[in-house]
Design a protein around this ligand. Sequence first.
Ligand SMILES: Cc1cc2nc3c(=O)[nH]c(=O)nc-3n(C[C@H](O)[C@H](O)[C@H](O)COP(=O)(O)OP(=O)(O)OC[C@H]3O[C@@H](n4cnc5c(N)ncnc54)[C@H](O)[C@@H]3O)c2cc1C
Length: 384
Amino acid sequence: MDFSYPAEVEQFRVELRDWLSANLTDELVAARRPSGRDDASFELLRAWSATMSDAGWAAVSWPREYGGRGATVLEQLVYTEETTRARAPMPLNVIGMNNIAPAIMQYGTEEQKKTLLPRMMRADDIWCQGMSEPEAGSDLASLRTRAVRDGDAFVVNGQKIWTSLGHRAHWCQLYVRTDPDAPKHQGISCLIVDMKLPGIEVRPLVTLNGDTDFAEVFFHDVRVPAEALLGPLDGGWQVATTTLSHERAGAARLYAEMQVRLVELVDDIAAHSDALDDPVTLRRLGEIAVRIKYLEVLCQRSISATLHGGSEMTAFGSASLAKTVWGEIGQDMAALAFDVLGTRGDNAGWANYRLTSRSLTIAGGTTQINKNITAQRVLGLPRK
Ligand SMILES: Cc1cc2nc3c(=O)[nH]c(=O)nc-3n(C[C@H](O)[C@H](O)[C@H](O)COP(=O)(O)OP(=O)(O)OC[C@H]3O[C@@H](n4cnc5c(N)ncnc54)[C@H](O)[C@@H]3O)c2cc1C
């Protein structure tokens, strides 16, 4: 792996650092892990998304015509490391920008790209992604929310669940079944749905720590204009698995985030307890530090495969493995922090992390599913 940076990439780093030190406030750093209930920090983060967009720092990997910088993989890597280490909040529409925008860029009309993408980037509009249903999570292709064509509209009925930002969203990228008779992967379509349409009912879900980060969304005879179809009719699976991701170095956030958290944890333990004199705590911290190093190497392997033209399969398989390792490290760090500090420390943040860390091995693909992917694509084992 070759991670020495050319001069122009170092120049990019300097520009970004200068911009961050001029614009990133302590208030923003404190708000970077927002509570879904806290409207004030949500609005602060919304304003931050706009500030980053207007300066061209919100989506450096996007092509210039959609407000990005067309950044190279190395520039993206530097961007991810620098923003994470500076503790800059992520853009509010992170799911939208990473997962929905690439599909709009690939399948959307020029009009959709021009109107939807800049507003998504600035967080003028909040986006959610309606995939999971009560009976369709890991097996997404089992989804049953139905859309039936009726004149100039699709009539949608059904339910989504675990929809992040669903209760705040203006738009939803919604996956629906348009052909119930086709094999399950072939009868799905993708719609871009205005969340203000009559018949949409959003019920916020309160999680273990009292936050409201996601919602259940119900569709009762919702008439969605036919032009809201994104990609081919019955070709929604293709849209969902679109590989046109411009974000090639996102995996770097996994290890950079854990490095930052570990430093914060050691600082907090030193400030609030004597546990740094305790050999058991030191051993647990040391083990986590080693595993973060391992995570860094795994992520760099995935990024290196992209950088040096390795197969997409290797990159995807390594990224799945890295996500699993990241989730497990996060849960172990949260358990250690809570064992040592309880509710002490920065605004009881570790107790909160202890509760939210349960989701690290579920969201964005469960650990079991990622292990299946690792087995098949990295180790080359048979499906059965
Ligand atoms: C914080 C968070 C945010 C989320 N945001 C969104 C969102 O914005 N939009 C959205 O659509 N969804 C969202 N989700 C839902 C998420 O995608 C699903 O929770 C996830 O895909 C798992 O589906 P499930 O919960 O239905 O569990 P299931 O798929 O029912 O799985 C239950 C258990 O069985 C295991 N399992 C299932 N299939 C297999 C298999 N083939 N082999 C081995 N083990 C298996 C799983 O690993 C898991 O342990 C979010 C979830 C979380 C936690």
